[in-house]
Design a protein around this ligand. Structure first.
Ligand code: ARG
Length: 464
């Protein structure tokens, strides 16, 4: 293809012809990395200020540069900035506009810097800002879960294993399980933030610079904890983006599990909860339908987030030191994953806050399926001093008897139960109520309302 345009790019001194059109198309990242504009301008101001403080740039030039950059910031924010694909990326778009605004001084801003350390800095700053936003969203999700947990600390529901009724639990306990998950998500993002908080700025293209720069100063100005210690690593490291995507993927997985439960629970067969109108849709043909679309979408969104992780890991895995243009492929999927996880957390928070559990249906479901069979066995152990294995066997026989008669354990006449175990007394029936079952499980972290309330209190204190 000889189709070229004559764009005047930054390296015009070395090149005669312009790029093929398809080259411009594959090469340009401005379509997405314009999202870095705040971070890019902030980084440039920090860099230029340091250059002036070190006597590498005059005060006059610095003033012009800072004023020009602030003008550009306003132009972009007000939608007046003209982005150009010929100028490839956000860094060159900004510098080129700066030259239009302030003339030659603009050309001094890039002293002792390269786009390689610049983009690495911008990306870290952007992910750091994004993590701060996500953390606040996770706090809101936790608060919504705590609200439901508090309202339903006593609400009995069936606990499942293998999606088969296992033992009664409280809805509050179930909600608090997701609080634990969201809490770990916060930790994971915080850990990512802690590790990424080093400044690559001043690593230049790959080897550092011969100018007497002060990397501590730029690190400080950008709220980094310290400068990165190896310039080769600094320009070619994208671990921080992978860490972010990992944290996002695990978070999306948690949201996906809760979503699946909401889908199951809101079905006519379960009828455990009602999702609000705000998060449901009707059907264009079936008037009775209330579809849990938001939950289904949150569940499905994980594909994009996990896909982004795989995509970036694949980009990075075979890269020789240091920067390679391959790395330009690091951004688009991260942006999409970040947008996706923010949307998913927000939608989930809304769904949880609006959720209307059907307390009667939950209790009914907890009383069926022999959910208190374990309590029957425990009663035999506690009151007749039976070894648990024998108690398990006797309970199995009682369950079979109830199954044969199509009734619940608690509906069997005592005299019939005594044919299985003569030591049984009326008192066993009390142990078979779901309330007794959940109140009894007061081991630390257990489902008893008292335990659930203690955990709610612990979390509230943690958030305060
Ligand atoms: N747009 C580039 C990226 O996103 C910026 C760095 C370009 N560096 C270079 N040496 N071509 O990775």
């Amino acid at each position: 293809m000889s189709d070229t345009n004559n764009s005047n790019t930054m390296w015009g001194g070395r090149f005669e012809g312009g790029p093929a059109r398809v080259m411009e198309k594959i090469n340009a990242s401005i379509g997405y990395d314009r999202r870095f504009y705040t971070q890019d301008i902030r980084g440039s101001i920090a860099h230029a200020t340091m250059l002036a403080d070190q006597g590498i740039l005059t005060r006059d030039d610095l003033d012009r540069i800072v004023e020009g950059l602030n003008t550009i910031l306003r132009e972009i924010e007000e939608g007046r900035f003209k982005f150009s694909a010929a100028l490839e990326d956000i860094h060159m778009n900004v510098e080129s506009r700066l030259r239009e605004l302030i003339g030659d001084a603009a050309g001094r801003m890039h002293t002792a810097r390269s786009r390689n350390d610049q983009v690495a800095t911008d990306f870290r700053l952007w992910i750091r800002d994004t993590i701060d936003r996500i953390d606040a969203m996770l706090v809101e999700l936790i608060e919504a879960l705590l609200g439901q947990a508090e309202a339903h600390a006593e609400t009995v529901m069936p606990g499942f294993t293998h999606l088969q009724v296992a033992q009664p639990v409280t809805l509050g306990h179930h909600m608090m399980a997701y609080v634990e998950m969201a809490g770990r998500d916060r930790d994971r993002f915080a850990e990512t933030r802690r590790r990424l908080n080093e400044s690559p700025l001043g690593s230049a293209a790959l080897a550092g610079t011969s100018f007497p720069i002060d990397r501590e100063a730029t690190a400080r100005a950008l709220d980094f904890d310290r400068p990165t210690a190896n310039s080769l690593d600094a320009v070619s490291d994208r671990d921080f983006a992978l860490d972010f995507l990992h944290a996002s993927t695990v978070c999306a997985m948690h949201l996906s599990r809760l979503s699946e439960e909401l889908v199951i629970w809101s079905s006519a067969q379960f009828g455990f909860v009602k999702l609000s109108d705000a998060f449901s849709t009707g059907s264009s043909i079936m008037p009775q339908k209330r579809n849990p679309d938001a939950a289904e979408l949150v569940k499905a969104k994980i594909g994009r987030v996990m896909g982004a992780y795989v995509a970036l890991m694949t980009v990075m895995k075979g890269l020789p030191m240091a920067y390679g243009k391959d790395m330009q492929e690091d951004k688009e999927t991260v942006f999409d994953a970040a947008d996706t996880i923010e949307l998913a957390i927000t939608a989930m928070t809304g769904m949880v806050a609006d959720l209307e559990p059907n307390v009667a249906a939950l209790r009914d479901a907890a009383s069926s399926g022999f959910a208190t069979a374990t309590d029957f066995a425990d009663w035999l152990v506690q009151n007749l001093d039976m070894p648990f294995r024998d108690a398990h066997h006797a309970t199995g026989a009682a369950v079979r008897m109830a199954e044969d008669r199509g009734c619940d354990l608690g509906d069997l006449p005592l005299s019939d139960l005594q044919t299985i175990e003569p030591g049984l007394t009326e008192a066993v029936f009390e142990a078979l109520t779901v309330e007794k079952a959940v109140h009894g499980r007061k081991s630390y972290g257990g489902t008893a309302p008292a335990q659930v309330r203690a955990q709610i209190a612990r979390w509230k204190e943690k958030l305060a």
